[in-house]
Write a protein that binds this ligand. Structure first.
Ligand SMILES: Cc1cc2nc3c(=O)[nH]c(=O)nc-3n(C[C@H](O)[C@H](O)[C@H](O)COP(=O)(O)OP(=O)(O)OC[C@H]3O[C@@H](n4cnc5c(N)ncnc54)[C@H](O)[C@@H]3O)c2cc1C
Ligand SMILES: NC(=O)c1ccc[n+]([C@@H]2O[C@H](COP(=O)([O-])OP(=O)(O)OC[C@H]3O[C@@H](n4cnc5c(N)ncnc54)[C@H](O)[C@@H]3O)[C@@H](O)[C@H]2O)c1
Length: 450
């Protein structure tokens, strides 16, 4: 069997579906394939299910913070299987909804694994597909780990599908996934340990705020072990033994589950890029600024699998998918605008960043002032009983514009979006302070943060 398309998309996640729908709307004959149910990582195995499970943890934490402030001592608890059912109430209908929308827009949908067999040809299992253009939007997968026993680890997708939480979980890696998941599992009563081989966790974030978050994480009952090497994971009668080394000392801790949070890499396995002369590196498909393969002009790439300046985040996958589609449709060479993409670690409280780190601004020689504030005693945090909150905003002294903003506190992920917009539009702090916010709200704190 064979099929012909103007565009064939590999991956029905955020980047792929955005591009497929856009090109189909312009009358192109578009095909799309996914080896897994339609929807991709964000909707099925990432952002969305994660934040539904986090809601349970938020409720527990909110009640804990209000003990002796009007909320009674009796403990409430998470019913994990009911919380999972709440998650599935959202995720179960995603694949059909996404596929129906694509098909409704005229996109031809396929299920199976795609593999290039020539510069303009891809095979989906037994089906041969010829197309004028291809978009690779195949996402990312957990990085392979080398220590003996790594095969006993579960990954983030497995965690988000656990029917029950065990007593003890070890998270390998001190990044987004481990911190977010440990903050959820700890509120559900699990004993959590995060292990990172580096001196610092969450390296992309402001170190002063990360230190505060680590303290808050420990107070929540989560162990954070840094500068610690994992030697092996060994099954035992009681679960798993993790052999660790720190400061030259070897020791063993036990766990019921070990979760991979040690980084993700572009998922290009099995695509046989060589067959289509598509250059790639471990950072992803090698593309020009306008997302076209540097070696095969018929091919574009977007999202987590593409080697671009964008971080592996959902909003980046979406706008890269849009720009790639637009460039293919109009034969233009527009470059995506990566300015001021905000990012949040959904711990409780949450850690946010947009723009530059303080150290990078100092190293660049920019004339800056840094507004670094402990906001834990402010009304909005007092109200909810949160005792860990801080902000750091880096301002260019010459232009009065914001270069970077770093926020740790309840609901500050809403505020980081306003600061991102301010950076993108080049608003001065004076202009930002002129905003009238509803009161009392998190946004009404912004003027004082500046
Ligand atoms: C646990 C977790 C939580 C996250 N939370 C957030 C968050 O809160 N906010 C945020 O911004 N980002 C978050 N992310 C990152 C975000 O999910 C990704 O950046 C985003 O989903 C990438 O979209 P994509 O379209 O590039 O790839 P994906 O959504 O991963 O889609 C790629 C698709 O391609 C398919 N595929 C791959 N190879 C083939 C092949 N050969 N043949 C057929 N199909 C193939 C895959 O099955 C997959 O469905 C999270 C990630 C994880 C893992
Ligand atoms: N809220 C969000 O936006 C969100 C949430 C989850 C994931 N994500 C995306 O997914 C990507 C992957 O997340 P992640 O948490 O897996 O990776 P990460 O890159 O955030 O962190 C990985 C950590 O693991 C450590 N590490 C690597 N190998 C190790 C080893 N052998 N032993 C101990 N520590 C080790 C690294 O030092 C690093 O600190 C992120 O970069 C992010 O883009 C985003």
């Amino acid at each position: 069997m064979s099929a012909e398309f103007d565009l064939f998309v590999v991956g029905a996640g955020m980047a792929g579906t955005t591009a497929a729908n856009k090109c189909a709307a312009e009358g192109w004959r578009v095909g799309i394939v996914d080896a897994l149910p339609y929807g991709g990582t964000c909707a099925l195995r990432g952002c969305d299910p994660k934040k539904i499970l986090r809601r349970g943890a938020e409720v527990i934490d909110a009640a804990d913070l209000m003990r002796s402030k009007g909320i009674s001592e009796g403990r409430i608890s998470i019913d994990w299987s009911a919380l999972m059912a709440h998650k599935r109430g959202f995720t179960d209908s995603v694949p059909e909804g996404i596929e129906d929308e694509l098909v409704g827009n005229g996109v031809v949908s396929f299920h199976g694994s795609a593999r290039f067999t020539g510069p303009n040809r891809i095979d989906v299992d037994e089906m041969q597909v010829n197309a004028k253009r291809f978009l690779i939007a195949s996402g990312a997968r957990p990085r392979s780990l080398a220590f003996p026993g790594h095969e006993h680890l579960i990954d983030s997708s497995d965690f988000l599908n656990l029917n029950r939480l065990p007593e003890r979980i070890v998270f390998v890696g001190g990044g987004f996934i481990s911190f977010e998941f440990a903050h959820i599992a700890a509120r559900a009563g699990t004993n959590c340990t995060i292990i990172d081989h580096g001196d610092r966790p969450l390296k992309e974030f402001d170190p002063d705020l990360v230190d505060l978050l680590v303290e808050r994480t420990k107070k929540t009952g989560i162990f954070v072990q840094l500068a610690t090497t994992i030697h092996s994971v060994t099954p035992t009668a009681a679960g798993l033994d993790i052999t660790l080394e720190r400061d030259g000392q070897t020791f063993v801790i036990g766990a019921d589950l070990v979760v991979h949070g040690a980084g993700r890499i572009p998922n290009l396995d099995g695509l046989d890029l060589n067959a289509a002369n598509i250059a790639s590196t471990p950072r992803g498909v090698t593309v020009t600024g306008h997302l076209q393969s540097t070696t095969n002009p018929a091919v574009y790439a977007a999202g987590d699998c593409a080697d671009t300046p964008g971080r592996p985040l959902t909003p980046v996958a979406v706008f890269e998918g849009k720009v790639a589609a637009s460039n293919m449709l109009k034969a233009t060479t527009t470059t995506p605008d990566y300015t001021a993409v905000p990012t949040t670690v959904f711990t409780i409280p949450e850690l946010n960043r947009v723009g530059v780190l303080e150290q990078d601004a100092r190293d660049s020689g920019a004339d800056i002032t840094v507004r670094h504030l402990d906001t834990s005693g402010w009304y909005s945090n007092y109200r909810v009983g949160e005792t860990t909150a801080a902000t750091k905003i880096i301002i260019d002294m010459n232009t009065d514009t914001i270069l970077g903003a770093h926020l740790l506190g309840p609901d500050y992920s809403e505020l980081i979006n306003i600061l991102g917009l301010a950076i993108k539009l080049g608003l001065t702090t004076r202009q930002l302070k002129s905003m009238t916010a509803t009161y009392p709200s998190i946004a009404s704190d912004l003027g004082s943060m500046l």
